[in-house]
Design a protein around this ligand. Structure first.
Ligand SMILES: [Zn+2]
Length: 429
């Protein structure tokens, strides 16, 4: 296919140009100002519409896709741990195979409509652990998205639950990658894992040659718990168990100290900043000035990376950072680098040889759009209402605002039927 007459904006480094892209299979094979269609080649003329690389969500929970509008807890939560106990741990316990599958479909459709083409998911469904990652993969691949999946290992459902979580990660990793999906090892957070459980996770990471995806110091309670258990903060605790190395994902990091952040990033770990979730849970300001290897995550609020980037920018401005525009833009770009380090593909470049993961946006900039100000257009001008089409691995999964590979109306109808009993199961003691 020849995608012609596009305004192609790539972000790393920033570059804006009128260009055409030739897509063969799952790859961009040529990019240039004047590519001519070959014999029999499909031509898509974009009439100057904006093309961006597909966006990457570095931390989400697809299982929360059916949480929208659900009844809140009987009493307001007074702390972060109470929010988990009264809302999210009730939701994840209520999930069964059908609701995991439907949540995956709904979340993946939302991602496609937001121009998000790859997501790192952190899954929990304690009543349906075994086979849950394969169920999620089926849903996400049916919509056509890329993902990196893991199961949130935790002690909070007993040792059987913990062991089943580790086994699910290893079984899924053992089933091998597909062209769209990879696995990694997941863990909930330091404060729900004993020393012994961290040793088991360390063995799982070594055995599988994978890395860990974990919430780290989201709330001060996580750091206090780590000090009580072993006299150190969360980063040092993970390091002692051999869990800190390239491609470890540390999510939130709100209460990590600057030395902790330096050590973690020197070991090659990535920080995932989730500003909207941090605000929603009232856990505090993340020390983003010390985030160097960083990407953005939505933490399951939705799959909208343009909204997350804008929130990151505004939150940093609110905290007095003068370099907030470059910093928020850098974290959006960080998602492409993170994805590249997992998949070994040059995400985000849209050059010849890059994966054909892109977004077409109905955006007619009312002011000049250049390499120098593309960050300003992204953070002040663009939102998901501009997303017209989304391509993943050379296939349109959203085309002219229609979800291409599943019947969206029947997914939505099925989701509504699934959500009500799910919410009722949450109310059980
Ligand atoms: Zn999370």
């Amino acid at each position: 296919m020849l995608v012609r007459n596009a305004t192609v904006a790539t972000l790393d480094p920033p570059r804006v140009e009128a260009a055409s892209l030739r897509v063969e299979g799952d790859t961009i094979v040529a990019r240039g100002p004047s590519l001519r269609p070959g014999a029999g080649e499909e031509v898509l003329d974009l009439d100057g519409a904006l093309v961006l690389p597909g966006l990457v969500n570095a931390h989400t929970h697809l299982y929360s896709a059916l949480a929208r509008g659900m009844p809140g807890p009987a009493e307001p939560s007074r702390s972060f741990v109470e929010i988990l106990e009264r809302v999210w741990w009730r939701l994840d316990r209520a999930l069964d195979e059908e609701s995991v599958y439907v949540s995956g479909l709904v979340g993946a459709i939302e991602a496609a409509r937001s121009g998000t083409t790859l997501l790192f998911d952190h899954h929990a469904s304690p009543s349906f652990i075994r086979g849950s990652l394969a169920t999620l993969r089926r849903a996400v691949e049916e919509v056509g998205l890329r993902s990196v999946l893991c199961y949130e290992t935790t002690d909070r459902n007993g040792l059987d639950g913990r062991d089943a979580g580790i086994a699910e990660n290893l079984d899924f990793l053992g089933s091998g990658p597909t062209s769209l999906t990879l696995g990694m090892v997941g863990a909930h957070a330091s404060f729900t894992l004993s020393e012994e459980s961290l040793e088991h996770l360390s063995a799982a990471v070594r055995e599988s040659g994978s890395s860990l995806h974990i919430h780290a110091a989201e709330d001060a309670a996580d750091v206090e718990d780590s000090r009580r258990r072993c006299g150190t903060g969360v980063v040092e605790r993970l390091a002692r168990h051999g869990l800190l190395f390239p491609r470890t994902l540390l999510v939130h990091g709100v209460h990590l100290s600057e030395p902790d952040l330096r050590d973690a990033q020197a070991a090659g770990a990535w920080l995932v900043h989730c500003p909207r979730s941090n605000m929603n849970n009232g856990v505090g300001y993340a020390p983003t000035q010390a985030f160097r290897r960083a990407a953005l995550g939505t933490d399951g609020l939705d799959e909208d990376m343009l909204a997350e980037a804008r929130a990151a920018f505004l939150k940093m401005r609110d905290a007095g950072r003068r370099d907030a525009l470059a910093a928020a833009f850098g974290m959006l770009v960080g998602g492409h680098r993170l994805a590249g380090s997992f998949c070994g593909l040059p995400f985000g470049t849209l050059d010849a040889g890059a994966p054909a993961d892109l977004v077409v946006l109905d955006y007619r900039p009312p002011t000049p759009l250049t390499a120098e100000n593309v960050a300003g257009h992204l953070l002040f001008g663009l939102d998901r209402s501009h997303v017209r089409s989304t391509m993943v691995a050379g296939r349109f999964i959203l085309r002219d605002r229609r979800i291409a590979m599943v019947d969206e109306a029947s997914v939505v109808a099925r989701a509504r039927l699934t959500a009500e009993p799910l919410w009722s199961r949450m109310q059980r003691p």
